[in-house]
Design a protein around this ligand. Structure first.
Ligand code: AMP
Length: 216
């Protein structure tokens, strides 16, 4: 049976970082809709051009564009046994479309909870590598050499949507459109909660236990 793990939580909760580790441990491909859009932007595709304005403004890309892109990705062979979703679904309409697509798959959703003030501090200090997507933070994980990625030597930049005013907007959008997705999975009895404010290793351990169904 297909096994699908969904990471929910505000922007900056650490979904991307944790998803990379979980994906390895659980042998599930990591599917991030934010990364897919950024790939499209980099390649200059028509989809990337359509998404750009929404992303730079901290708004959600319209459901139909996201859903088509996601279904295309999870329809590939590597996702046949299951996958790990990071950044999707972000609206109840996306969650409903995913339900219809998955049929009888085994689904587990985990909400990674972090308070607004921590989100703002994390995102506005974040520096992302243009080459490999690795993320540094000016206070929490500064690179050895300013502006250069420790992992691949690529150039670091601040994502346009990590500026303070856009982060505030993303949080407002999250509260309004994404928060209700939690209730969608809670009512199905498949939602777990993990405190995302702890040290990354502790968060990882808690996520792994929740993903394996050892705790609720
Ligand atoms: P992320 O890297 O997950 O923070 O996503 C960056 C941006 O991509 C978001 O602020 C949205 O503009 C867009 N995006 C990513 N995933 C979705 C989604 N599921 N629904 C709508 N927009 C999305």
């Amino acid at each position: 049976m297909q096994s699908v793990l969904i990471l929910l939580g505000p922007p900056g909760a650490g979904k991307g970082t944790q998803a990379v580790r979980l994906s390895g441990a659980l042998s599930l491909p990591h599917v991030s809709t934010g990364d897919l859009f950024r790939e499209n932007l980099k390649l200059g595709t028509a989809l990337g051009e359509k998404a750009r304005g929404f992303m730079d403004a901290g708004r959600l890309v319209p459901d139909e564009l996201v859903i088509d892109m996601l279904f295309d990705r999870v329809g590939r062979a590597d996702c046949r046994g299951g996958f790990l979703l990071d950044g999707f679904p972000r609206t109840v309409a996306q969650a409903t479309a995913l339900d219809a697509r998955l049929g009888g798959a085994q689904v587990r959703a985990i909400n990674l909870a972090v308070e607004d003030a921590a989100v703002v501090e994390r995102l506005t200090g974040r520096h992302t590598c243009r080459g490999c997507g690795n993320v540094h933070h000016e206070r929490f994980s500064p690179p050895a050499k300013a502006g250069v990625c420790d992992r691949c030597g690529g150039a670091l930049y601040q994502r346009p949507d990590d500026s303070r005013d856009v982060v505030e907007k993303r949080l407002a959008v999250y509260r309004e459109q994404t928060k209700p997705v939690e209730a969608h999975y809670r009512s199905r009895g498949v939602l777990s909660e993990v405190d995302g404010a702890r040290k990354p290793d502790d968060v990882y351990t808690a996520l792994l236990r929740a993903a394996r169904g050892e705790v609720r």
